[in-house]
Design a protein around this ligand. Structure first.
Ligand code: AMP
Length: 143
């Protein structure tokens, strides 16, 4: 199973923010869209970073709620790790576990075409395991 099969089941739109947006705007978008992270895109559409709810919560804990007035550029992670639609779901799970983040932008032909989360990956792996168990049961019952 590949990352492309996860993207097929998700709405075909990319939620993103600009580096000049405020962290308050980002917190509102994460809440409204019920997501945990967004890619940060420049005017050209190029990805320049990623910002997650963890970044915002940690910064508030360090400095107080005043940080919400700051821009995304002051907090985003700029070295973003991406995956491709052809990558296996298992490899993205290993990558997220090793690197300790829960989100991966999906890049194809130099463009970000979607985002997958650890939740998407776990859901897909559980569905695959259930399907496999069912085929094995069928195989045993039918002989
Ligand atoms: P997360 O677990 O995804 O909420 O993110 C934890 C930390 O990793 C935050 O500092 C994020 O900005 C950062 N992060 C999340 N996803 C990625 C990614 N794909 N590449 C690089 N950093 C990331």
């Amino acid at each position: 199973m590949t990352v492309a099969s996860i993207l097929k089941q998700k709405p075909d739109r990319l939620i993103s923010v600009k580096d000049s947006d405020s962290l308050a705007d980002v917190a509102a978008i994460l809440t409204r869209e019920n997501i945990g992270a967004v890619p940060v895109l420049a005017g050209s559409g190029e990805m320049v970073g990623i910002v997650s709810e963890r970044d915002i919560v940690r910064q508030i804990a360090r400095e107080g709620a005043g940080v919400l007035g700051r821009t995304v550029s002051t907090l985003m992670t700029t070295s973003v790790v991406c995956c491709s639609p052809e990558d296996s779901v298992a490899s993205t799970m290993a990558l997220m576990t090793q690197r300790r983040f829960r989100h991966l932008p999906v890049r194809s032909n130099g463009r970000i075409i979607g985002m997958i989360s650890i939740g998407d990956v776990v859901k897909r792996r559980v569905e695959d395991a259930e399907r496999e168990a069912e085929s094995l049961r069928d195989y045993i019952v039918r002989g």
